[in-house]
Design a protein around this ligand. Structure first.
Ligand code: NAD
Length: 323
């Protein structure tokens, strides 16, 4: 049985990857420092180590104990706003950790890495059309830059150490596994869907809409939403292409954009709650529209997302929240 090391497996996306991997017959080792992760999200079929990739000594023990085939690297800090206040925190975790990972891959002959990158590496997207992987990468915040640097480190390591990589640039990830045992948790989430549901639930008083004067269908920003289970399934498919030594960088999105007001309407219908809303100033660097082309993932990996209805993404997130 192939052994997959999942970093950040107690987090939102990592915990979903763990379940899909186990259900697909892989043996799973998890490392997570539980800083933003939750023991409740860890599947008991996996082997769990509390550990931190910044601490090479502890991290190395995992490689001494296990012969790892592939690393799925989800661990990291994810808040754009915080990264502008504490950039070093982001470079230390999101960038330096990747140097430690490739060092371990070299030392212990781990062949493959699958890395969580982000649409934030594109920075200020100025096209109305779909963003392809060759769109210029000019991050406008330390979060995006920390991930772009990590991408470069992986690509250089692949050239020099002969490892294989799949780099995934996620757009906006949402929803929950339909077992409703795992989903997005934590108070500090900054994504639109969890905020909408927090307002619906009375945990927040209102939704702040950042700008309603964009040149979009209703003046509010347009984004691409992808269900977390579809997202992690692309990672499972990538294991097979890496086994054939096919490296790749792939966007993961649904290819359809929804405005903040459309998402608000969807959440109102789904929850039956009013969801009070106020309009505030645009945030610096928020583009009008960011929608992915994921043709490459479809073509090379045979990826085919099934949660193409954004209301289903909202619904699964809501059901998890209420379980
Ligand atoms: N959620 C999104 O919409 C989104 C979008 C684009 C990219 N991503 C990327 O996906 C990855 C996973 O995101 P998520 O939403 O699941 O975040 P999350 O915060 O839920 O999960 C991250 C996990 O990593 C752990 N962790 C952080 N630093 C660690 C370290 N140094 N050592 C060990 N464990 C550590 C945390 O405890 C947490 O469990 C991140 O790398 C993020 O940048 C997420």
């Amino acid at each position: 049985m192939k052994k997959i090391l999942v970093t950040g497996g107690a987090g939102y996306i990592g915990s979903h990857a763990v379940v899909e991997l186990l259900d697909s017959g892989y043996e799973v080792i998890i490392v997570d420092n539980l800083e933003n992760g939750f023991r409740e999200l860890i599947d008991s079929r996996a082997r769990f180590y509390v550990g931190d990739m910044r601490d090479l000594k502890t991290f190395e023990n995992i490689f001494i104990e296990h012969k790892i085939d592939t690393i799925m690297h989800f661990a990291g800090y994810i808040k754009v706003g915080e990264s502008c206040i504490e950039p070093n925190k982001y470079y230390l975790n999101n960038t330096y950790s990747v140097m430690n990972i490739v060092e371990m891959m070299k030392k212990y002959s781990v062949k493959n890495i699958i890395f969580s990158s982000t649409a934030a590496t594109y920075g200020d997207v100025t096209i109305d059309g779909l963003v392809e992987e060759n769109y210029p990468q000019n991050p406008i915040n330390p979060y995006g830059m920390s991930k772009l640097m990590a991408e470069k480190i992986i690509i250089d390591a692949a050239k020099s150490y002969g490892i294989n990589y799949a780099i995934f640039r996620y757009f906006n990830v949402g929803g929950a596994h339909e077992s409703y045992n795992i989903g997005q948790m934590g108070d500090g989430v900054t994504a639109l869907i969890p905020i909408l549901l927090q307002v619906a639930n009375g945990e927040r008083t209102q939704l702040e809409v950042y700008g309603n004067d964009y040149k979009t269908k209703d003046g509010t920003g347009i984004r691409d939403y992808i269900h977390v289970v579809d997202l992690v399934r692309a990672h499972i498919l990538a294991i097979k292409t890496l086994e054939k030594n096919i490296n790749g960088i792939y966007n993961l999105g649904n290819g359809e954009g929804f405005s903040v007001l459309e998402m608000l309407e969807g959440a109102r219908k789904m929850t039956g709650k009013e969801i009070p809303t106020v309009y505030v100033e645009r945030r610096a660097g928020d583009p009008a529209s960011v929608v992915a082309s994921s043709e490459l993932a479809r073509k090379i990996l045979g990826w085919n997302p099934i949660y193409t209805d954004v209301n289903k993404i909202i619904e699964t997130a809501w059901k998890f929240k209420n379980k």
